[in-house]
Design a protein around this ligand. Structure first.
Ligand code: DGY
Length: 320
């Protein structure tokens, strides 16, 4: 049994595969494979372990019906047509939990970076613009006691809420389909309507997965209902916010600032106006980019492959 790996993943994942007697071919060039290339490579293998970006859509799946598993090196699985994979009996695995803390740290970093204009001020020094300043210049605001609103309080949102509570005693409100009992008990978090979340949050952080329902969820209409002093944070998927509407809302001071670890499209173009705004921080989708999280992801992704190629149920499966 062999697996095709479309990126260079941490050694721990490769070692696990070897130990299980599974050989692999790894795409080690620093470029995304074109869809036809990916199909050609997958045709020569029994499984795909994918940390790539491209869609694994109907045409890919129909061309690679033989795959015994698609094991994603990510928690998000919006790039896979899971419905078609399920019809074709291809199990799809992902890597939840191991990256929750790292991704929450990234959101926390965005909150602080934006509230204190840190990236903008750093850029000013680089440009030689650290000169005379008045006590009223370049002011940010304190997060202490401000309300954190979480859209989609799952594992990552919970980790952020814990940090926000511990560091800044931020009251937590959230909008979910179901009640998060642990967050309510441990953090005093309060489940609210989406409308209330939007209106009451000082920092509004989106952690939902990208679905037809959440696509462009944060748009001009929603930004117009937020506090003009609020910060919007997105560390989930770029498609959850409408980027043009966000730029317009920031330009019009409809909201105060924004912190993005995800953009639409990715990579973001260097001439994007968001990159020049004082109250904005943009990171290049680094939510899970710690040694610990990436090792955990490689391990889980390898375990999903091993289980599937041994005829067992995947430890982390996304098919219904
Ligand atoms: C994930 O795991 O989904 C991260 O966003 C990396 O893509």
């Amino acid at each position: 049994m062999t697996v095709f790996i479309d990126r260079i993943i941490p050694q721990i994942g490769l070692d696990l595969l070897k130990k299980a007697g599974i050989s692999y071919e790894q795409h080690t060039e620093n470029r995304e494979l074109a869809p036809e290339e990916l199909i050609e490579r997958c045709k020569q293998h029994d499984a795909l372990l994918s940390a790539g970006w491209g869609p694994l859509d109907q045409s890919f799946l129909n061309a690679c019906k033989h795959l015994k598993v698609i094991s994603l090196h990510s928690v998000g699985y919006d790039r896979v047509d899971v419905k078609t994979a399920t019809k074709l009996k291809i199990p799809v695995g992902n890597t939840p939990d191991v990256l929750s803390e790292a991704t929450a740290d990234t959101a926390f970093l965005l909150m602080l970076t934006v509230s204190r204009k840190a990236l903008y001020l750093h850029k000013k020094i680089i440009k030689g613009e650290w000169g005379f300043s008045q006590p009223i210049d370049d002011l940010g605001f304190s997060l202490n006691g401000k309300t954190l609103g979480v859209f989609g309080l799952g594992n990552i949102g919970f980790e952020l809420a814990k940090k926000a509570k511990a560091a800044f005693n931020m009251p937590i409100i959230y909008h979910n389909r179901s009640t998060n009992e642990i967050a309510e008990k441990e953090l005093g978090a309060k489940r609210v309507s989406f409308d209330e979340l939007v209106k009451e949050s000082d920092v509004l952080a989106a952690f939902s997965s990208l679905t037809a329902e959440t696509k462009n969820k944060f748009n001009a209409d929603i930004f117009s209902k937020m506090k003009s002093s609020a910060i919007f944070i997105n560390a989930s998927r770029g498609g959850v916010h409408n980027e043009d509407d966000l730029i317009a809302a920031l330009n019009a001071k409809t909201i105060w600032g924004a912190g993005l670890d995800v953009t639409n499209p990715e990579p973001m173009k260097p001439d994007n106006p968001l990159l020049e705004m004082p109250n904005v921080a943009v990171f290049p989708h680094i939510g899970s980019a710690t040694v610990e999280a990436r090792d955990g992801m490689a391990k889980l992704a390898a375990e999903n492959v091993i289980a599937a190629l041994s005829g067992l149920k995947l430890p982390n499966i996304v098919n219904p």
